[in-house]
Design a protein. Structure first.
Length: 168
């Protein structure tokens, strides 16, 4: 299966260096709920989504409500939650630039009879973003992302938190 250009209707299980990784489904990517610009196909949008690493923003209290809802959807699968500081993430990825999205890009909805616009401009470079911080629903990076040394992990959106990396 082409994991980059194909919408995933189910989770995909991959083994990388002996570790099993579960790549989430895209069940909520309802193509009938979105409009794409001329010449931009659904496969282009799916490839754009699949080429990214996504983070839910939050505060010291926890992730935004969109992130909590995603957690609740998969809670029975016992997902691991990563917690990190935005500044540390930026410092650890100085050669990549974050991009922001004001909505859940992979879950388009119709609003008052209008389909959700999606396309190459779904994600806005952080340097060009003109909205308020509280309007950001997704923080994304194209390609690989290095996690900062102070990354924490937990079994739920409010922890408890433990260091992901151990000091040597």
């Amino acid at each position: 299966m082409d994991l980059m250009g194909t919408r995933r209707r189910n989770h995909e299980r991959l083994t990388v260096e002996g570790q099993v990784i579960l790549v989430r489904d895209q069940e909520n990517l309802y193509t009938g709920n979105m409009t794409l610009p001329r010449g931009y196909e659904i496969a282009d949008f799916v490839e754009n989504l699949n080429s990214r690493v996504f983070f839910w923003p939050g505060t010291i209290e926890g992730p935004i409500r969109h992130g909590v809802r995603r957690y609740e959807r998969y809670q029975t699968e016992q997902p691991v939650i990563l917690r990190l500081e935005y500044e540390s993430l930026i410092d650890a990825n100085s050669s990549s630039s974050p991009e922001f999205c004001r909505y859940n890009s992979g879950s388009p909805r119709c609003s008052q009879g209008k389909k959700s616009p999606r396309g190459p401009h779904t994600f806005v470079p952080a340097t060009s973003y003109q909205g308020k911080t509280g309007q950001i629903v997704e923080v994304t990076f194209k390609g690989e992302v290095a996690l900062p040394a102070n990354t924490l992990f937990g079994t739920g959106p409010t922890g408890p938190w433990l260091p992901l990396f151990t000091s040597k």
